[in-house]
Design a protein around this ligand. Structure first.
Ligand code: IP8
Length: 250
């Protein structure tokens, strides 16, 4: 049974300060994953390593080879910190950089090599992907958010546990966590969906939710939970109910 876990950049970094990693949180997440992980693909957000340079260079709206290079190199730095912490926690974590293999069309993933990732998981490795820049067939420059990678990987790997860790308790509506949400609830809650803290070029909670609602419509449910609370990552990976479950509409 394969699991896909995403940890948001707001947990791993201070999104208000460029290239500011929260090492204590990265190490905690590594320990929690080590306590629960088997057959796992990890995706992490870019946090201030990605969103700050992307905004500086006007990505993805403006094509800038220098912007692509600088932003990619910056997110690779965060990925290295995450991978090293996971290795330190005893896992066979390996980096997988989307920029090297993803091709977008109109901002959506058109191509991505998933077979190597499948083999890594089968053979006990832990592939660690991240939000990244990517080439776009129609728009030249693009950004591939971890939130778009999650449903793509979940479908391709037929994952059974899909968990998206953020810095809030789930999808909030009028101060309360919605335990379950489907596409039918969207019109009612849309105006209340947070944009997230700090600089975010990929849509915060709304962007995340839209991706997962689409995945749910194809029959695969997922959970959005607070990864900032100790123990929650292990709980989510064990399939425990917490946060908001995103399900298919009735
Ligand atoms: O933090 C964004 O990825 P995300 C990637 O997963 C860049 O949305 C380069 C800003």
């Amino acid at each position: 049974m394969t699991s896909v876990l995403k940890i948001g950049g707001s947990i791993l970094t201070d999104k208000t300060r460029p290239q500011c990693a929260r090492m204590d949180e990265i190490e905690r997440l590594a320990r929690e994953i080590a306590a629960a992980a088997s057959d796992l693909v990890l995706v992490h957000g870019a946090g201030s390593f990605g969103h700050a340079p992307a905004k500086k260079y006007g990505l993805p709206d403006r094509f800038s080879p220098e912007g692509l290079r600088v932003t990619h190199q910056s997110v690779v730095k965060l990925n290295r910190l995450v991978v090293e912490a996971l290795v330190e926690a005893g896992l066979y974590a390996v980096p997988v950089h989307p920029f090297s293999g993803v091709l977008l069309r109109e901002g959506r993933i058109e191509q991505m090599p998933v077979s190597p990732i499948e083999e890594m998981v089968k053979d006990g490795l832990l592939p660690v992907l991240h939000g990244d820049v990517a080439m776009d067939k129609t728009r030249q420059a693009g950004i591939v958010s971890g939130d778009q990678l999650v449903p793509y990987l979940a479908r391709a790997l037929r994952a059974e546990v899909i968990a998206v860790g953020t810095n809030v308790d789930g999808v909030l509506f009028q101060g309360e966590v919605l335990p379950v949400i489907s596409r039918e609830d969207l019109p009612r809650i849309d105006a209340h969906l947070g944009k997230g803290s700090g600089i975010d070029v990929t849509g915060g909670m709304r962007g995340k939710l839209l991706e997962l609602l689409e995945l749910a419509e194809s029959g695969t449910s997922s959970v959005i939970f607070n990864a900032g609370i100790a123990g929650n990552i292990t709980r989510a990976l064990s399939g425990e109910e917490l946060g908001t479950r995103v399900v298919r509409s009735r």
